[in-house]
Every structure is written in structure tokens, then in C-alpha cells.
Design a binder for this molecule. Sequence first.
Ligand code: ZN
Length: 84
Amino acid sequence: MQTSADWVHYVLPDGPEHVHGQCRPAVVVHRWPDGTANLLVFRDGTNDGPLGLVQWVTSVTPSDRHEFGTWHRADTHEDGEGEA
Ligand SMILES: [Zn+2]
């Protein structure tokens, strides 16, 4: 189970259209019993639009299918992006 301070990926549902579906690093700041999580998402500066550098998103659903607006473990990537 993910705990607070774990790094995950958040799949962008917003910002400029070309970044939709891209992963951004995020830290879990709260985990709800149903598996959803509150995250602080680290944006790619102004490349991700005028949303600020760190974005708080709440009750984000976990998914390994990379749906927009979901989170997944950073080490589950098939394409290698984000692997440590
Ligand atoms: Zn990812």
C-alpha cells in the first residue's frame, strides 16, 4: 500500500493539449481508505500552462491504464519513463 511521501506519477488531464496524458511526478500527501490519494503534482513549469509549479489534486483514483487524471506507481512503467 502506498503511504504518505511515496513518489508516484499523475497523468495530466489539463494544461495545453499536447501534455494531456503525460506523466508528472507527484508525492502522495494523503491516502484515503478507498485507494484514492491526495497528491502534490510537480508540473513542467510553464510548459504545462499557467497552473503553477506544484499543483494539489485531491481524491485521485489509482490506475495502471494511464487514464487522464489518475495516478500510478512510478516503477510500473512499461516504456521506462520515470524509472529510477
Ligand atoms: Zn507514469
